[in-house]
Structure formats: structure tokens, C-alpha cells
Design a protein around this ligand. Structure first.
Ligand SMILES: C[S@@+](CC[C@H](N)C(=O)[O-])C[C@H]1O[C@@H](n2cnc3c(N)ncnc32)[C@H](O)[C@@H]1O
Length: 297
């Protein structure tokens, strides 16, 4: 007897809809990311693929193992190894008054309105070792409203946060800091804001009293409410489009109407679901303003 021909809605379709086989490397990476998520709660699945692979490979090489599954074995059983891994996963490059013209724009375009409020809440998300937070504190002090402000400085890298909270940096960088400060429109001498000894400089405690440093993971944690200004610069660049969209949605929820959102100079709101909630205040410096109540969509 002749078997009936396979119809298009039968087994052929089932085969076509199966996902293509993944190569072993991708399977190992998936296992590594799932294991890390289950064991430590960190979710890297929506970090941008090329830079994620570069950093995972560097972490594997430094751990002196050949396969990502061997790296997973290490990380599951050794929390110290995970701390080292996390340093690989978080690029903490930053500086005082990074992109000085951004701070100039904040001073000229945001501060005049912000300083009229009785109290101001600012969130630096992904603040790394804290230099941008001290930059903002200096700016607010010069504009006379640091004592009416609360600055939340957050990152998911606890080692970076500890440095930020300490506020002590190598003195060899001070010339670059001072030059950025001047270009950013600083009104005093940069040396007014720190004391130094040996090879280190320490920011004055008066700058710190309005800052709260805390652990926060942008992927998995909720948001702070009623912010007037959110700075999340040079962080979204490491996320894929899906994660960028989800984090930007959190920021839009966190901001008050009329609040400001500042991104890094390679980051934008284009092609995101929140774009319509913001007007562009300074396209070059990536400063956006959430529409007020009447304009909210
Ligand atoms: C390149 S630094 C940017 C520092 C600073 N914002 C600046 O522009 O100079 C990126 C920071 O984002 C942090 N980061 C990356 N993923 C994060 C996440 N899911 N939650 C919180 N911080 C994160 C890293 O730990 C790192 O400190």
C-alpha cells in the first residue's frame, strides 16, 4: 500500500517551526547566564551581544578555564570568584565632569528652574566610582541648593560603590578633573572641594551630606519615585534594545512631570517606546524633559 503524501499542515510544518540547533558555544553561554541568574540574581541575558561575549571571554580566560561551563562551575561554588567576574561584567570607566559641556548645559538649561523648587531629587543610575555624583554635588553647591537636594547614587557593582562612598581618588588625575571643571563652567577653584595627602585626594564631607549611595540593579530592581532629574549616562549602551526600552520605561515612571532625563552621548530615545513622553532639551548633550501633566500621552 502506498503511504499518503505528507500534508503541509502535518509533520513538515512541525519540523520547520523547530528552532535551529544552537552550537555548543551558545549553549554554554546560555547555561552560564542562567546559572548566574539562579545563583546570584544578576540577569545579563539582555546585555548587548558583542560586548557581552568579549567580557565573558575575558572573564573565562582570566579564570584560566577553557569552557564557559567550567567557569560556571567555579562561579556557582565560589562567591569570591563571582565578585571578580562581576568586575569583568561592569565597565566602570568614568571621570569628574565627564563631557564638560554636558554639565555646562545642565547649569544653563536645567538649574534655573530646578533651583526654584523647595526640594529636588536626583538619581544617578550606574554611577560607577562616583565621580559624576561629586561633579553634580559641586554644581548644586555653587548654584546654592545642594542642601535642598537629595542625590541617590546607585550601581550594581558593590566594589565601585564603596569607592564612590569613600570619595577618595588618585591625586594624579586632579589636573584633568580641574580642567574639565573649568570647561564645565565651574565658578570657584576646583581645589576648594577636596583635601589632599600623599597620592590621594578626598572630596569634602560637605559635598557628601546630600548623597545617598546604594546598591541598585537596573535590570531587576524597582525604581525610586518622584525624581526631578535622572542621569544614566554611558550605561544603556551596554544593553540590547529590549533592555534599553524596559529601563527607559522605568525612568519615565520614576520622573515627575517636567523632570529631566540625561543620557550618554552615544545613547538616545530614538526607536524607544518612551520617546513620545519626552521633549528634547539639548540634542547634542542628550538632555530630555518629560512632558508635563497636560501634555502627557
Ligand atoms: C561606564 S560606567 C558609567 C559611569 C558614569 N555613569 C559615567 O557616565 O561616567 C557604567 C556603569 O554601569 C553599571 N551597570 C551596568 N549594568 C548595570 C545594572 N544592570 N544596574 C546598575 N548598574 C549597572 C556598571 O557597574 C558601571 O559602573
Amino acid at each position: 500500500m502506498i503511504a499518503p503524501p505528507l500534508t503541509h499542515s502535518g509533520p513538515v510544518e512541525a519540523v520547520e517551526s523547530m528552532p535551529p540547533p544552537k552550537d555548543n558555544l551558545q549553549i554554554e553561554v546560555d547555561l552560564l547566564l542562567t546559572g548566574i541568574q539562579k545563583r546570584y540574581g544578576y540577569d545579563f541575558t539582555h546585555y548587548s551581544h558583542a560586548s557581552l561575549m568579549r567580557r565573558l571571554t575575558k572573564a573565562r580566560e582570566d579564570a584560566k578555564v577553557l569552557r564557559f561551563t567550567e567557569l560556571l562551575d567555579q562561579l556557582l561554588h565560589d562567591e569570591k570568584a563571582f565578585d571578580t567576574f562581576l568586575m569583568h561584567m561592569s565597565i566602570t570607566v568614568t571621570t569628574m565632569f565627564r563631557d564638560p559641556l554636558f554639565y555646562k548645559s545642565v547649569r544653563e538649561k536645567i538649574v534655573p528652574l530646578l533651583k526654584t523648587f523647595p526640594f529636588v531629587k536626583i538619581w544617578h543610575a550606574g554611577c560607577a566610582t562616583g565621580e559624576e555624583v561629586y561633579s553634580m554635588a559641586i554644581l548644586l553647591q555653587e548654584e546654592g541648593f545642594l542642601d535642598r537636594a537629595r542625590i541617590y547614587a546607585t550601581d550594581f557593582n558593590k566594589q565601585s560603590l564603596a569607592i564612590a562612598e569613600h570619595g577618595v581618588y588618585p591625586a594624579k588625575q586632579v589636573d584633568i578633573y580641574a580642567s574639565n571643571y573649568r570647561e564645565a563652567g565651574g565658578l570657584q577653584r576646583f581645589s576648594d572641594y577636596y583635601s589632599n595627602g600623599y597620592d590621594l585626594m578626598k572630596f569634602k564631607d560637605s559635598l557628601k551630606k546630600s548623597i545617598t549611595f546604594s546598591y541598585h540593579n537596573l535590570v531587576t530592581d524597582g525604581v525610586f519615585g518622584e525624581m526631578n532629574l535622572i542621569c544614566c549616562r554611558n550605561v544603556l549602551i551596554y544593553f540590547d534594545k529590549t533592555l534599553q526600552d524596559s529601563v527607559l520605561t522605568k525612568f519615565a515612571e520614576s520622573l515627575r512631570y517636567g523632570g529631566y532625563l540625561c543620557l550618554g552621548n552615544k545613547e538616545s530615545l530614538n526607536f524607544t517606546s518612551v520617546k513620545k513622553q519626552f521633549e528634547t532639551l539639548d540634542a547634542k548633550q542628550r538632555i530630555f524633559k518629560k512632558y508635563g501633566g497636560l501634555h502627557a500621552l
